[in-house]
Design a protein around this ligand. Structure first.
Ligand code: SF4
Ligand code: SF4
Length: 403
């Protein structure tokens, strides 16, 4: 049984409520972060323990989006509490998730092709959303390139990093079905004049931790730190918001040799988009009149960079890019796609409503077809799975040409 994380006590203030996508999509207070903190944390307001069956049900119902922690004045970490509860109440879906992430990674491309060929009528309802997301990642799918980089900020990059080696953290999707992300990311790093070295990284581990598999998460973390050391402790460049969060979360877990190495790791994590600030670009054939931006929940880690993808795309695309003032969560939530697909889909539909309010694609699809860019593997999968008819979704790397 996993130890529950040391968490401050919830004081029931309700500051977290407005941020919770599950609560706003369903209006169900029992799904709110306050209810979860109350039931799973060390609350002085509760002394009765919850029946096991209810605990097991509750543990599956959280997106681990982290929006509540950002709003909590007490520092209550609801996603960590839920992960610990999942670890204490393992079930078949966790087992499936573990096989998927730790054993089937090399076969994701095949699985994505298979999903694309499987008629919806043959797919069990409980797997429908996950398979649709996988279909959205099929090799050869995705967006066509239409944006050429006309200028790379080589001087700024060289002034900041000199000859420091750079390694790309490709993540499970970039290493598998969407290899085009990794290829384009390497093209961009070469354009910056970066000295790219290879690193033998595995999954960042975040999705395993969220699923309640702390042992597997720890294994992935230790292996990745070893790969970083082996590569000479280079700059680690990411292009998935959730991978970057997963890697940033290594800090404070007692995984490093000493404080200096831990600080070096923290300062070595860099989103690709931040390195490209100052680049110039030109839109070519196939460019949409308007492109929406979906902001991943993990886009801003409060490290002073803000949402670097949004900043880069705004500078490259100008008025062509439209970003909802208040972005919605896509509803991916890792294991939530399996444990409560209908809930995950409901949150996803709400996210598309927010995008529609900004882009207006349902009112005039022939003028502004739904076209959405984002910067997270999970968001690409979920937005693909919940997209309205005719909508196009992809990682921003897909639209960049490599010539
Ligand atoms: S992590 Fe997200 S889904 Fe889970 S309780 Fe917090 S805000 Fe709600
Ligand atoms: S989790 Fe934090 S923000 Fe939410 S009700 Fe409890 S103390 Fe307040």
């Amino acid at each position: 049984m996993a130890d529950a994380p040391k968490s401050p006590d919830c004081v029931l203030c309700g500051c977290c409520l407005e941020g919770c996508p599950l609560l706003s999509a369903t209006g169900r207070e029992e799904l709110s972060p306050r209810a979860k903190a109350l039931l799973a944390g060390p609350s002085k307001f509760m002394d009765a323990s919850l029946p096991e069956a209810d605990v097991a049900a509750l543990t599956g119902l959280c997106l681990a989006c982290g929006r509540c922690e950002k709003l909590c004045p007490q520092g209550v970490q609801v996603p960590a509490l839920m992960a610990a509860m999942r670890a204490s109440h393992p079930d078949f879906k966790q087992w499936m998730w573990k096989q998927w992430i730790t054993r089937l990674g090399p076969y994701w491309s095949l699985a994505a092709k298979g999903a694309a060929l499987t008629p919806d009528a043959f797919v069990p309802a409980s797997l429908g959303l996950a398979l649709k997301g996988l279909k959205g990642l099929r090799p050869g799918g995705g967006l066509r390139p239409w944006l050429g980089i006309t200028k790379f900020p080589r001087e700024a990059f060289g002034a900041k990093y000199g000859q420091r080696p750079v390694v790309l953290f490709d993540g499970c999707v970039g290493k598998g079905p969407r290899g085009v992300w990794a290829e384009t990311a390497r093209f961009l790093l070469n354009g910056l004049g970066a000295k790219v070295v290879e690193g033998r990284f595995s999954c960042c581990g975040s999705t395993l931790g969220v699923a309640g598999l702390p042992g597997d998460q720890a294994h992935a973390r230790v292996a990745n730190i070893a790969a970083w050391r082996e590569a000479g402790r280079p700059l680690v460049v990411t292009y998935c918001a959730t991978c970057r969060k997963g890697l940033a979360d290594y800090v404070g877990c007692g995984l490093f040799a000493d404080g200096d190495e831990e600080r070096l790791w923290r300062d070595s994590l860099a989103p690709l988009s931040a390195l490209l600030m100052g680049a110039g670009a030109k839109a070519g054939r196939g460019a949409p009149t308007v492109a929406g931006y979906h902001r991943p929940c993990h886009a801003d880690l409060n490290d002073g960079l803000g949402d670097a993808d949004c900043k880069l795309l705004s500078s490259l695309l100008g008025a062509r890019l439209r970003t909802p003032a208040k972005g919605g969560c896509c509803g991916f939530g890792g294991i939530l796609q399996l444990s409560a697909p209908e809930l995950s889909a409901t949150v996803g539909r709400g996210c598309w409503d927010v995008l529609d309010a900004t882009l207006g694609f349902s009112a005039a699809p022939e003028v502004t077809p739904a076209y959405v860019l984002t910067g997270c593997s999970g968001c690409v999968m979920q937005l693909s799975a919940t997209a309205p008819q005719g909508a196009r979704v992809g990682h921003w790397l897909e639209v960049i040409g490599r010539s």
